[in-house]
Structure formats: structure tokens, C-alpha cells
Design a protein around this ligand. Sequence first.
Ligand SMILES: NC(=O)c1ccc[n+]([C@@H]2O[C@H](COP(=O)([O-])OP(=O)(O)OC[C@H]3O[C@@H](n4cnc5c(N)ncnc54)[C@H](OP(=O)(O)O)[C@@H]3O)[C@@H](O)[C@H]2O)c1
Length: 288
Amino acid sequence: MKQILFQLDTDPIPNTFDTVVAYDGGADHVSCRGNVKPSTVGTMVDGAVFTRPPKQKKNTALFVTGSNMGEGEAVLASIRNHFFGDFRVSVMLDSNGSNTTAAAAVAYVGRHIDLRGTRAVVLAGTGPVGQRAGVMLAQEGAEVVLSSRRVDRAETACEAMHRRFKVDLIPAAAGDPAALRKVLEGANVLLATGAAGVQLLHESSWRDLPDLEILLDANATPPLGIEGIDLMDRATERHGKLCYGAIGFGSFKLEVHRACIAKLFESNDVVLDAPEIFALAKEMLAAR
Ligand SMILES: NC(=O)c1ccc[n+]([C@@H]2O[C@H](COP(=O)([O-])OP(=O)(O)OC[C@H]3O[C@@H](n4cnc5c(N)ncnc54)[C@H](OP(=O)(O)O)[C@@H]3O)[C@@H](O)[C@H]2O)c1
């Protein structure tokens, strides 16, 4: 029986990146829908859960994508509310590559340092990737500062992650050089998750930070988010600190992403969100 993945995107035009990875992860057919909302996803769930006999339901799966984390979470919640008994299929949430990207980055960090008791800064952490990275770093025991150009946006993101995962992230403004310097004080880990093509940090702002051990930049589009580290860096030492560029950890992100898609077709009751995807990433890295 064919493995069918429904890509349910909260944006009007479904993301092609996620479609490609869905095929590479093993789906035989990917059906994409745009503009998916909690109020409209019900009929799509019905079509997925009522069509195949119990042993074959694992061959249908749902993948929630889109650029807005809150909208993706609401669609996932609505999907789960529609399931009952064995009338369910596996589902994954990865708005803007949030969970898979954050999981790959934080799993690499954990390979180098024990995060318990450390201070981690997620710079421009209000987007999907930054929010999820903040959660994963906090769940590993770090004190996490999540920054934004505007403190109210940071507060909103931290509150959303507290509601969803019961983690306490510290919101901070980093919109001007003085505020940025303050945010970076005492940081052991720095993960930049700013929008594509936006430089957040000059090399002179991080190279002499005495406590900083590891830096990662998720932005692959020039100019990079952190000046002075290379796109391809993977545990590359610069100024006495370990550096990871977006492609340096991005190839592992893609492996994790593909493994998640494959996992969806193993049974009909898998739910993949931040904790499950992070656990898988750590397991994959440990097995190397
Ligand atoms: N390496 C990989 O494998 C991989 C995979 C997926 C995504 N990515 C990359 O990961 C990064 C984060 O993705 P995302 O979807 O979470 O990002 P996003 O939502 O597009 O942006 C994250 C934050 O960047 C800040 N920002 C936007 N424009 C800015 C500007 N002009 N100056 C300063 N800050 C600005 C905003 O924060 P405030 O408005 O709150 O300041 C925004 O919430 C992106 O660069 C994306 O391309 C990498």
C-alpha cells in the first residue's frame, strides 16, 4: 500500500523544502494543502483516518508546516482533538523547520558540553527555530535567555513556550549595541536564529567573550547571522570557541528531518513535536 503524506501548511503556498524532504524521507506520495487552519483541518483528518483498515493506517501520515509557530501548534492541537480510539494517523509538527533545526543544533551542543548550569543565549529567538531551540536548551538544564529587538516580542515567545512545554525562558531585548552586550554577558552557549540574510553580531562582539564556549548560526543566507564564522563550520575552533555554521549542522538537520518522516510510517500513533524530535536527534548523534 502506498505511503501517503499530507503536508498541511498554515501559509497560503505550501513550503517546497518540506515537500522535497518528505519524499526523501520515504513518502510515496505527498499531497500539499495551503492555508490550513484549525477550523478547516477536520475534514482532512477524517479523510486520513477513516479510509484505511487498522493495520494499514500507518501508511497515511500528516505533516504540519508553515512559517508561524503558533498557527502550526494550533493546527496540531486541532488534529489531535479529531483523533479518537484507533482512528488516528501519525503526525509531525515542524513549522519552518523549527523542531528539526533546533534539535540538530542543540544535539550538537550537547555533544561538547553538559548544558546543566550553563547560560545559553538564543539571539533573535522569537521565530519558530529560536523558540524550539530555547525549549530544548532549557530542558537540558541551561538557563536560557531568548532575545528579540523588542522585549515584548521576546516575552510573548517565552510565554508561548511556557504554556506549551512548561519551561521558563528569560526574555530580553537586544535591539541596540548596549542591550546586546548585556545579553551576551556570561553566555556559555550562543545560538543565532535570526531571519535569513540578517547579520546579528559582529565578530568583535563575541571573539573576546570570556565565558563563551560554543556558537551556532542557523542563518545560511549571506550575510550570515554571526560574522566571523563560516557557513560550513562544524566544531571549528575560532578565537578559542567551537563554531557551527548553518550548513555545518544543517546536513544533520536534514538527516533528522528525513528520519522523522520515516518514523511517521512505522505506526499510526506517532506524534512528533519538539521533545520527540530532539530525543531522536540525540539518539542519532549518539549512534555515530
Ligand atoms: N540551518 C538549517 O538547517 C536551517 C533550517 C531552517 C531554518 N534555518 C534558518 O534559521 C533561521 C531562523 O528561522 P526562523 O524561521 O525561526 O526565522 P524567522 O522567523 O524568519 O526570524 C527569526 C527572528 O529574526 C528576527 N529578525 C527578523 N528581521 C530582522 C532584522 N532585520 N534584524 C534583526 N532581527 C530580525 C525577528 O525577531 P524580532 O522581530 O523579535 O527581533 C524574527 O522573529 C533563519 O535564518 C532560517 O533561514 C536554518
